[in-house]
Design a protein around this ligand. Structure first.
Ligand code: ADP
Ligand code: MG
Length: 242
């Protein structure tokens, strides 16, 4: 059984048919990179996977369970499927440490001491434990994004979703975030990453998916995807970004 099984997924925003039948399985430990032109439905697709968006047709199974089933506990689902956005969305009025401990304390009823211990170890893992008592505004964009990753990891997710996590960063900060993501990938995290960082895709992706117009046009392991793209739309896209 795959960790995530998406089958014939359709979504409409009003009359607009944004996802037009997506079927994808993601195995445990697999790293998927999703690329494609702006407006192709990449964000909508990954947001459907942790129910930040509802979909109207098709199914998403996570660990064999239909995520839109009535019995599904949405907080538990979102703890198990973390998401990191382009804009870091940290709580500005909370310190870095409190940003990371908030959800474990509130959602998981963790003990304060335990939550702080875990948070500090995660901040260490993303290379910013010395910033624990600062506020988000006192950190660079790259540091804030690493806090956002630590905050997601604090819930001990089984899957991590990334939606263009480096697109809002100054160029010199992109690598510090990509390096954290590469470490996660190598440690066996199951990951779906919307990104146009093709170096990252080459290094750690198991598969690269190209979306356009609400469908998956083409997918392949990175070597093949970059060396030998089959569809004209993929070729044109790669020409633009490489
Ligand atoms: P991508 O992430 O590939 O750029 P999105 O999933 O954000 O694409 O958007 C796909 C399409 O859906 C775009 O045309 C966008 O304008 C539209 N869209 C996105 N969010 C909404 C929304 N909340 N309501 C209506 N249309 C939306
Ligand atoms: Mg997007």
């Amino acid at each position: 059984m795959a960790m995530i099984e998406v089958s014939k997924l359709h979504k409409w925003y009003g009359d607009f048919h944004v996802l037009q039948g997506i079927s994808e399985n993601v195995e445990k430990g697999e790293v998927l990179v999703i690329c494609g032109p702006s407006g192709s439905g990449k964000s909508t697709f990954i947001r459907c996977i942790n129910r930040l968006e509802e979909y109207q047709k098709g199914t998403v199974l996570f660990d064999g369970r239909d995520i839109q089933d009535k019995g599904v506990d949405i907080n538990k689902l979102r703890a198990e499927i973390g998401i990191v956005f382009q804009q870091f969305n940290l709580y500005p009025h909370l310190t870095v440490l409190k940003n990371v401990t908030l959800a474990p304390l509130k959602v998981k009823n963790a003990a304060k001491e335990e939550a702080e211990k875990l948070a500090l170890s995660l901040l260490e893992r993303v290379g910013i434990h010395d910033q624990a008592h600062k506020y988000p505004a006192e950190l660079s964009g790259g540091q804030q994004q690493r806090v956002a990753i630590a905050r997601s990891l604090a819930m001990k997710p089984k899957v991590m979703l990334f939606d263009e996590p480096t697109s809002a960063l100054d160029p010199e900060m992109i690598n510090e975030v990509l390096n954290v993501m590469k470490d996660l990938a190598r440690e066996g995290m199951t990951m779906l990453c919307v990104t146009h960082e093709m170096g990252f895709a080459r290094e750690v992706a198991d598969r690269v998916i190209f979306m356009d117009g609400g469908v998956v046009v083409e997918q392949a392991p990175p070597d093949e995807f970059f060396k030998n793209p089959k569809h004209e739309r993929t070729k044109a896209f790669l020409k633009e970004i490489l």
